[in-house]
Design a protein around this ligand. Structure first.
Ligand SMILES: Cc1ncc(COP(=O)(O)O)c(C=O)c1O
Length: 423
């Protein structure tokens, strides 16, 4: 016998046991058919043939009919291919691929990380839901007290968590393209509308248009990125302060701030109740694969993120690795300096390529306009065939552009050698 239980207090319908034998045929009355205060249990026959159930006026439902309506329209996020899959596709060993398409840190984490991971004592115990050790280490690293800091499974998780806490269905966010596409993606997942205020031709923010949009559309929050992905430009204090004056929650994504040479704005959250600052271990510490991001929040906001987050969002391995990385600030500093130095060398070399126009960058990547009639997509594909992966964009703002992550000197050399073969 199949059983449908309903409880008026939760208005929840539970579909149990034998129904799984006809998962897509659900009688109309399973859609919470009961009213009143009593808890009711109804026994139903599961032995009826499917056709007979349909004949009896029951609806035939497909799996997607259970999906929330705004998600049925969602375009899938296009992540990059995993290294192993790429290696098979290109017919090259992973070590023979120059992977400069996802702004990863090619130096990886300090040696302490591997040691600490090798000595994990309690992998069978759930992690600390408050990531206490890591938050204490981050407080020391950033100069901001740990009660303002929350850690996530990458900055990506925190972007989604913020939206889940802030946005009601139909609320609006401001996005300033071209920028990191996860803001738009997560807004769609959370049923929010996106008000786009495009950047100026030099990729700087259009603060006047942002002010207009805030006044006209009454959005809940704005996502800003400094340095911005994909062009590497930064937001100056004057513009940031102007936006902070507006009646809007400002989420400042500083995923690449280490490469800018500027101080993080994490401590600003103590002065501005409408500011959140996000950072990550993916870039600065070469831990993209372990997924650790963190955010600085005003106390009046962080309280709700604690309530809404998944309790075990940061794994034992992720916390141990991030703590170990912070134990070697000299290594982190050296790697950062090596990448900044290489960025400057790469920029000069790209400037000499006749069909590329690189943009100066404060980050660990360089955006290039593809000129002289050369097709950006073809350029990306030609380089991939030679084992060099760079990023190309499908969207209309960046169709004629490619983005190159800064790698080790040998990665720059390999890229330049391949580019030379194309002219
Ligand atoms: C601007 C920006 N924010 C956040 C992230 C994601 O960071 P994490 O790896 O911590 O999820 C990225 C990743 O590329 C990024 O470009």
């Amino acid at each position: 016998m199949g059983v449908i239980e309903t409880s008026s207090s939760s208005s929840l319908c539970l579909l149990k046991s034998n129904f799984s034998s006809h998962p897509f045929v659900v009688p109309n009355r399973t859609v919470c058919p009961f009213q009143g205060n009593q808890r009711r249990v109804i026994a139903m026959s599961s032995t009826l043939p499917v056709e007979q159930q349909v004949n009896e006026g029951q609806r035939r439902l497909t799996g997607d009919s259970f999906i929330r309506s705004h998600l049925r329209k969602l375009k899938p996020y296009q992540p990059i291919l995993p290294f192993e899959v790429l290696s098979i596709q290109l017919g090259r060993k992973p070590e023979d691929i120059v992977k400069i398409d996802a702004n990863e840190n090619p130096y990886g984490p300090p040696p302490e990380v591997r040691e600490a991971l090798g000595q994990l004592k309690f992998p069978y115990i759930y992690p600390d839901p408050e990531s206490r050790r890591l938050r204490a280490a981050l407080a020391k690293d950033s100069g901001l007290e740990s009660d303002h800091i929350l850690v996530g499974c990458g900055a990506d998780e925190l972007i989604d968590l913020i939206m889940r806490c802030v946005l009601d269905p139909g609320d609006k966010i401001v996005d300033c393209p071209p920028t990191f596409t996860m803001y738009e993606f997560d807004a769609a997942v959370n049923g929010a509308a996106v008000v786009k205020v495009p950047r100026k031709s030099d990729f700087s923010l259009n603060v006047e248009l942002i002010a207009d949009a805030v006044e006209r559309e009454k959005p809940k929050c704005i996502f800003l990125t400094s340095p911005n992905n994909p062009d590497g430009s930064i937001i100056n204090d004057e513009n940031l302060l102007k936006i902070l004056e507006m009646p809007i929650l400002v989420v400042l994504d500083e995923a690449y701030t280490e490469f800018s040479g500027l101080e993080s704005r994490m401590k600003w959250v103590k002065k501005h109740d409408n500011l959140i600052v996000l950072r990550t271990f993916s870039k600065r510490a070469g831990l993209a694969g372990l997924r650790v991001g963190y955010g600085a929040f005003p106390l009046s906001i962080i309280e709700y993120l604690w309530r809404a987050k998944q309790p075990y969002n940061v794994s034992v391995a992720a916390e141990v690795a991030a703590c170990a990385a912070l134990q070697n600030p000299i290594y982190l500093e050296k790697v950062k300096e090596a990448l900044i130095k290489e960025r400057e060398r790469l920029f000069k070399l790209l400037k000499n390529v006749p069909f590329l126009n690189p943009y100066p960058s404060y980050s660990n990547f360089i955006l290039c306009e593809v000129t002289s009639g050369m097709d950006a997509k073809k350029l990306k594909d030609d380089l991939a065939k030679m084992g060099v992966m760079i990023r190309h964009y499908n969207n209309k703002e960046l169709k004629g552009y490619v983005r190159v992550s800064v790698g080790k000197p040998e990665h720059t050399d390999a890229l330049m050698e391949c580019l030379m073969r194309l002219y």
